[in-house]
Design a binder for this molecule. Structure first.
Ligand SMILES: NC(=O)c1ccc[n+]([C@@H]2O[C@H](COP(=O)([O-])OP(=O)(O)OC[C@H]3O[C@@H](n4cnc5c(N)ncnc54)[C@H](OP(=O)(O)O)[C@@H]3O)[C@@H](O)[C@H]2O)c1
Length: 423
């Protein structure tokens, strides 16, 4: 019998996939890995380009063909390895066939989807089968939603008492040398985004199935601050962003309540902009985008002109190396709760401030986070909850050393405790 590879990177020829290949030698040290794609020559090009860039000989890396239209080939891929690192999106269209094949083969699966309909839909449809087959399927292991999810895990681990609520404040910093080139993101993300906003209605039925019916009423209730406001010593004005990380943190709390009867943490996520004008304008733009994404005709127009509709932030060519290098992010977490001596019927008296930060968040950090997640699944399977399932990153990696792993790399993440105060 041929030995299985530890890891297969699927979608390795994409904008993100190439960066995942570039980081694989460093993060997957000690593991065997290979690539899969629909066109073999494209893959050979990727390996040769990455090899030249990193100075490593990748000519021996295993490469095979697999098209998402070809179920047999996808099943063969799933049977050839212990975990699939899936960079092939939009996941709404390409993801399910890979997830299903992995589960049936008892192979683990990670991806970097930020599409709640796909992520939560897979939880509803495949969680029981994944448990039965001892396969872990963990989506959103990139910039969405490792910072939010592991930021909450880090804050709770370091809070001396019981947590009632966490609010996170996310700031992105760009310092472009060439002011004419504003590109932050490749258009691969555009189609995913359009379908997320165009199909929000689907989430009602999915969440009805995922939300435990007996969730407790949580007091004091965390209120959303929907107006622009400042926080801590941060420069920006913040407004709520009720998507992405927030959706996954909510699912993590649901998993913990269902399986451990643990009191859920209330969570809100805010995004910051340096100008108050942009802070007011951004939600309006998002509302217009949402309306356009819902109708099939305007959706087609959006698809055709990403550059125009995003003011050049998303382009076909994607960001240059220099633009990626000049991006960084930080997320500050305000965690409120009770001291060890307090009763939960009292007003929470304690507040902890923590921070996570990274450079090149959308691509290099995303690649490192996804590969580190895959490595932890293989090396610390005994620390993951239960014996398999389609679960959120915060629930999956709660007891693992993912936070420590992420801090090892230049493009990993930094976790810091800032201040503990009595209020
Ligand atoms: N969460 C995060 O932080 C984060 C960050 C970055 C990206 N993403 C997500 O990652 C996904 C990929 O983004 P990207 O910019 O890398 O997109 P991309 O450059 O378009 O890459 C898509 C990949 O899918 C492959 N693919 C397309 N059709 C296929 C088929 N029929 N069979 C097999 N493979 C097929 C492409 O192969 P070919 O090259 O052969 O066409 C390519 O390798 C998107 O969903 C995006 O939203 C998430």
């Amino acid at each position: 019998m041929v030995d299985k590879l530890d890891v297969i990177i699927f979608g390795a020829t994409g904008f993100t996939g190439k960066i995942v290949v570039e980081k694989a030698e460093e993060v997957l040290q000690g593991l065997t890995w290979g690539n899969m794609q629909e066109e073999i020559c494209k893959l050979e090009n990727v390996l040769s380009t990455v090899g030249k860039k990193t100075g490593k000989d990748l000519s021996q890396v295993s490469i095979t063909l697999a098209d998402v239209e070809d179920e047999k080939a996808i099943k063969e891929m799933a049977n050839k390895c212990k975990i699939v690192v899936n960079c092939c999106g939009p996941y709404r269209f390409y993801g399910e066939i890979v997830v299903k094949a992995c589960i049936e083969a008892g192979t683990h699966h990670v991806d970097i989807s930020a599409e709640p309909q796909f992520i939560e839909g897979m939880m509803v449809n495949y969680h029981d089968l994944a448990k039965e087959k001892h396969a872990y399927v963990i989506s959103a292991c990139g910039f969405d939603s490792i910072p939010g999810e592991m930021g909450v895990v880090f804050a709770e681990r370091n809070f001396p008492g019981t947590v009632n609520s966490i609010e996170s404040y996310w700031e992105n910093t760009v310092d472009f040398k060439d002011k004419n080139c504003k590109t932050l993101v490749h258009t691969g993300t555009w189609a995913s985004l359009i379908h997320v906003f165009g199909n929000t209605g689907e989430l009602i039925a999915i969440r009805e199935k995922l939300t435990p019916k007996d969730l407790p009423r949580l007091e004091p209730k965390l209120k959303v601050r929907s107006y622009p406001h400042k926080e801590f010593s941060l420069d920006s004005y913040f407004v709520p962003i009720q998507a992405g990380d927030r959706d996954l943190v909510v699912q993590t709390q649901n998993f913990r309540f269902k399986n451990e009867k643990k009191r859920p943490i209330q969570y809100e996520n805010y995004i910051g902009f340096k100008s108050v004008f942009v802070t007011l304008f951004a939600p309006l733009l998002l509302a217009i985008f949402s309306i356009l994404a819902r109708c099939s005709l305007t959706r087609k127009v959006l698809m055709m002109f990403p550059n125009f509709f995003t003011f050049g932030i998303l382009t076909e060519e994607g960001p240059t190396e220099d633009n990626m290098e000049r991006q960084s992010f930080e997320m500050v977490f305000k965690t409120k709760g009770w001291t060890k001596d307090q009763l939960l019927s009292e007003e929470p008296k304690q507040q902890l401030w923590t921070r996570i930060s990274a450079r090149n968040p959308f691509y290099a950090m995303t690649a490192v986070a996804m590969l580190s997640s895959a490595k932890i699944i293989l090396q610390e399977t005994d620390k993951l909850p239960g014996s398999g399932g389609v679960i959120s990153p915060g629930y999956a990696f709660l007891k693992t050393s993912l936070i420590e792993e992420l801090q090892k790399y230049k493009y990993g993440m930094r976790f810091e405790i800032l201040k503990l105060e009595q209020i």
